[in-house]
Design a protein around this ligand. Sequence first.
Ligand code: G3I
Length: 323
Amino acid sequence: IKAEESLQKNMPFPMGAALNVSLLKSNSSYRNLIIKEFNSFTAENAMKFASVHPAKDTYTWADADYLVDFALANGKRVHGHTLNWYQSLPDWVKNFQGTTADWENLLKTHIQTVVGHFKGKVASWDVVNEAVNEDGTLRSTIWLEKLGADYISRAFQYAHEADPNALLFYNDYGHEYSTTKRTAIINLVNDLKSKGIPIDGIGLQMHTNITQTDANLTAAITTAAATGLKVHISEIDISLNPANTPGATYTDALAEQQAAKYKTIVKAYNVIPKNQQFGITQWNVTDGDSWILSFYKRADWPLPFDAQYQRKAAYQGILDGVK
Ligand code: G3I
């Protein structure tokens, strides 16, 4: 592929990346790459609860607004992440004392203020993120404890009231490695649909690695599509060093295996109905800024671009998936 070509021009569905606002502000190589290659952006952290709502009556929009304004000025779609999660909560929420009605009001006010702030600019949201455990039960979070299982339906209803045009997603990980978890998530979204809850899509995070089988990767996508909802591969990265092997290095052999896994995923995604293809979003931009390096404190090369902003074999693997 020629240098002037790009993922966004060559792929038949939106291609996105999760962005770090500090890099967006400070690094022109990063900016040039994302403007060229992608047509959809997600904030890696800037729209999370602790980022935008650090105190009860205080909202801090600067970083999220910066990302949204940058995106819209460059003609990009913005996908909102995330309205309800058990992580990235500010202390005031963790320490909040109140009745069930007070908690409902807290959830509703947060969701409606954030969705309202970005109305007309952010056209889709991860409404509820990671509510399901590996064993298929609901994760024991502050939201489940204070509001019961119904918090999930309420979150979707509150978001829909604030912006009836926004597409609303349930987002989670593990569909490819746990059939138990996958089944529970599919049952959850089907149950929401059958109750008339406004849900439009399912996000498969797809934080995976080269040891995952093609059959499992494909089944994750196919079963999500069978719900009839839109499917977003929302946070993809493919680790080359999941076991943190001492002295691991990036080799041509690993690069080719990674390219083949990206291709498998894209190929499976390309055959679901067109109107269900919300797009594929990678989590971070290059091997130099991936969350995996700092979170797991290991060497890894999970993305289609290297730390020098160059395309890897994985990039070609993505293109090959739609050939
Ligand atoms: O901004 C503070 C900084 O002021 C402080 O000095 C530093 C010390 O730890 O922390 C900084 O915040 C960190 C933040 O990232 C920004 O770098 C948080 O500790 C850290 O927990 C946070 O990690 C993020 C994580 O979600 C938790 O919110 C990762 O960057 C982000 O990639 C990760 O993304 C999640 C998705 O939202 C949901 N799915 C899984 C995915 C990967 O874990």
